[in-house]
Write a protein that binds this ligand. Sequence first.
Ligand code: UD1
Length: 421
Amino acid sequence: MAKYIVRKSDPLRGQVEISGSKNAVLPIMSAALLTEEKCTILDAPALKDVEIMCRLLEDLGSEVSQDLENNIVEIETKEISTHIASHELVKKMRASILVMGPLLARTGKARIALPGGCAIGDRPVELHFKGLRALGADINVDGAGVVRASADSLKGANIYLDFPSVGATENIIMAASMADGTTIIENAAQEPEIVDLATFLNKMGAKIKGAGTDTIKIEGVSVLRGAKHNVIPDRIEAGTFMVAAAITRGAILIKNVLPDHVKPVIAKLKECGVEVEATDEDVIVRGDVNPLISTDIKTLPYPGFPTDMQSQFMAMLTTAEGSSIVIETVFENRYMHVRELNRMGAHIKTEDRCAIIEGKAKLKGSQVVATDLRAGAAVVLAGLVAEGETEISEIYHIERGYEDFADKIRSLGGKIEKVED
Ligand code: UD1
């Protein structure tokens, strides 16, 4: 299995181009199942998760072509050949559950195993079921965890989500786009990826209003057509490089980022003494102007501080002056990186959903594990400032979600190598 070897590096400097958003492209690819016509997705990042989604769609009957060089994915689904999603693929990626809404809308049936993905706590899908049931689907889960859903027809409904789940909001929007009548989702997720999905669906002919607010209204239509769409930049990749500038006390020009999407990250970096200047689609981050100081963070659904940035920030805070408190409210078990960072010499204590980070740690190179995607990014960032050499295993997690991560870091002067074990 491949590993990263990361060595203590000089401050990262230069410019980096952010790729299309992983969390936006996956639901958009799934939405392409809703039409017989060809959909063209531009700025699709070349990632393992995108490849898994390509295979999943092919299994369901789509013709898929992925141009890795030019970041284009084309999907044409003249016919759905099966409503059964391959267990093998579904267990590799949690976002596979997103084919459920489109399958139900197009064929009236869906069979899918409960999904896998990052091990960041119990990740139930009952809100997806609650929404799809409200639209008229009959859903049963057997003892082996296989979900069978069917619906003679889908009908618009009023749905209140107990928590603004991103995936549940996406599944419901996709199914409701082709339901009879109007659906209103209350307490909907407001993430930019929801807006991007709604924009794509509206290009296909859907009638969705309010995406990006907590109330989304969908008037069902009977047919959707093919569409062409550019995926939004990945705000979590952008945030990760912003933290890379701060933790290494460097200066990076981050290109292709929508500053509005990274507002909480910018605000928290500024609290830490980092200088951030945002223009239209670029952000300059300077960690070389002021000393890095501690801050407190509480993760929340958008527009709050993103849970997907928590581990990278924590890595940075271990090196800041003073103590910081982090509270993770979105996932109940998202502190697996704490053990790895402590192994590198950090001083972090956790109690339930709260972590206390003592600053000014002298990080030292160690053997650590990328326990999940974002935790993996955190140990890479820590490795860049740790004395000596950090060996990171299970890096396939990182490659699931960051396009050319090691190459981009190297282009900024970071010392990172991928080696085959
Ligand atoms: C998406 C993102 C992921 C991000 C997360 C939160 C994708 C592909 N992944 O994941 O990177 O970390 O949003 O911003 O877009 N929950 C329930 N019941 C449900 C659904 C969710 O209790 O039916 C809980 C989950 O256990 C979790 C929380 O809600 O604690 C957030 O989950 P959700 O917003 O659904 O995240 P995902 O869509 O899985």
